[in-house]
Design a binder for this molecule. Sequence first.
Ligand code: ANZ
Ligand code: ZN
Length: 829
Amino acid sequence: MSEKYDHKKIEKKWQEIWERLRLYKTKEDRKKNKYYCLVMFPYPSGDLHVGHWYNFGPGDTVARFSLMKGKNVLHPVGFDAFGLPAENAAIKHNLDPKEWTYKNIEKMTRQLKSFGPTYDWSRSVITSEPDYYKWTQWFFLLMYKKGLAYKKRSPVNFCPSCNTSLANEQVVGGKCERCETEVVTKELEQWFFKITKYAEKLLSGLKKIDWPEKIKIMQENWIGRSEGADVKFKIDGKKNKYIEVFTTRADTLFGATYMVLAPENPLVSELTKNKQKKKVESYIKKTKGKTELERMAEIKEKTGVFIGSYTINPVNGRKIPIWISDYVLTSYGTGAIMAVPAHDERDFEFAKRFDLPIVEVVSPNGKSHKLTEAYIGEGALINSQKFDGVSNKKAAKEIVKWLAKKKLAKESVNYKLRDWLVSRQRYWGAPIPIIYCEKCGTVPVPEKDLPVVLPLGVKFKPTGESPLKEVRNFINTKCPQCDKKAKRETDTLDTFVCSSWYYLRYTDVNYEKGPFNREKVDFWLPVDQYIGGAEHAVLHLLYSRFFTKVLYDEKLVNFDEPFTRLFNQGTILGPDGQKMSKSRGNVVDPDEYVRKYGADTVRAYLCFMGPYDEGGPWDPNGVLGVSRFLNKAWNISLRIIETQKTEPKPQNSSNSKLKETKTEITRRIHQTIKKVTLDLEGFRFNTALSTLMEYVNFLTSVQSRLSFTEGLKIYREAVSTLVILLAPITPHISEELWQRLGNKESIFKESWPKYDKKLIKEEVITLVVQVNGKVRDTISVPSDIKEDQAKKAALESTKIKEWLKGKSIKRVIFVSKPGERKKLINIVV
Ligand code: ANZ
Ligand code: ZN
């Protein structure tokens, strides 16, 4: 009996040897093609969960595969270590956030190492280290110097549970992305990054990157480009005073019967007539505290107040009333709209409620109708004077042109994207490097004074105000300009700022002259393959693109998209098919499976469980199946390897039969190389693995025709191929068998096998065609012919056609047994 597959022994042994050999030490080898393979770095939450494994396991397969294909691979990992959970855990357990974070990093590093990844640990980053966040602060200063960071008092999203403001991207369906608490609006003075300046570039850049279509569409919608026109309405009774509105439907101008301003629009106080003042003010008060999402909700009953003034519709001179309503947002377009109740649903509801005139101007059939709801479709214009009869699409352009001549309109583009709110009223983050001086005002911390160190051991409670406000020796400082007493900014930076540039730092983590070493960044970037979850679609993935574009414009890097190719792994569900969660009790602990079956089994299972971008439920039986496969692969490999040492060669029976079988094995080897190579290149890990499973079954079955001793040379080649093809997925077992095959160097120094097209050539078998059970023809067909093709071939045979003349076919039966060298078609007439 051969030695049993002992995953514990093998995995420990090779992890130690690989570390000793410094196998994963990355070098810049200019003779090879570089390949930067990046996985989204984890937040040190305490435990590596299955989702992490699903990101990192197959990610490591990609890195190892590229390594064996002869590429110069950079495959780093680090920790996104600042952030709220650390602080919340600290409060709950009366710990220090730093202590909690670093303990978790230690634990997660151990867990990460247990699956045998190729990470070069000497290139790791921890974003909460001063020598990292020093440069995060440097980026803030860069934005500030370029006018891309500014402070503004405005209503912002605020999570009452996390006690901090949030960026728009962190509000999902009106709730805090992190804790799912309903977000409220608060008026605060906050720092923003002017990402809106890059709206167009962020949009057009999407065209040239190889990302999942889904993510590109999400970013496109988030940026929300909208083409239309700004149209000027003269204020009635005022000379040369206008209100500008943004509209995407200039074709409907003749149907604009009232105007609506956002309650926050500065014109409101100016234009409100005394009689209306009380009502208007109380309405404005009620609007405050409502989030944009609430205000735009379709279902909500429309509210508003007439402010007593009028404007003149520029197309027909009609006097129309000005209202305020919360369904008009202050932050979009011009904060004012022309309302066309006949063709806009919200305006229609509003007009019904307040009994405002509804004038139909776009008609599907050129006639007028009594409208019971807004008509939003296409049509020809009516009630629009000289534009009557013109198709509405065309009319939109013509009306803008016509008004533009009178300087009353111009084409305009708006974006839904808002500036990125980056300040947080929390402790565990990079301090914003700004000083306030009574004399000099807002003063950026000079680069030589970076980092602004986050004080440690601070006792705090989240109150909605920055905890750093309580730390005297942090807050009190000197003005870098006049040297007088001054105070530091006490908000910290959103952790998404830290993660917007970490992929640059990996190329030289100890660099001291700047955030990154230009020479190394020129060599490694952009990232060739990024792998991570789709939940970052409009967060990290958008912010990183923005950072890169700023760097590009500053000529600090020579590329303007950071991640050339992106892959989103799917989600692993609990064994019950539901999302894993503690409350459901369906959370799978990968460590437990590693202990029981080994890292190689878990890695292979993750590759095998389904298409990588889909994921699916975790199936304990599936793990068992994969474990059986590895045992089978181990057993047969070992039997072949050991045959050489112990058994004498027997006498050959029939030379031609043996030769035929050897050819068959050779063909199978090359077919398998081809299939697995293409599958790994396409991230089809599941089918790569099922091909290898079939291959092992084949090797097991073929020995009935050619014993191991008879075909030892070809069998050894078959085993070599098996372990090489498996190596990126199950590195430990492969390395062990590789060594037992007598190889001295690591399998990961071996180059990926090439297949020989000539040797793959399709095998031909015989298709026997019967009519009513009698053999009438035999045709040569490919061995893997499918039922439809076989039927087609049979019916196209001239001999068969002859037999079928004048008869009607009742049934066609296809008989195909795997491994048989003949297949059969029986036509029943
Ligand atoms: C007249 C009109 C007639 C409109 C019609 C629509 C249909 P998107 O595509 O999202 O850009 N709008 C403009 N600014 C707004 C604001 N600050 N708050 C709320 N609504 C605003 O939508 C543009 C349309 O949304 C604009 O075109 C305007 O209404 C409204 F049959 O103008 B429209
Ligand atoms: Zn929250």
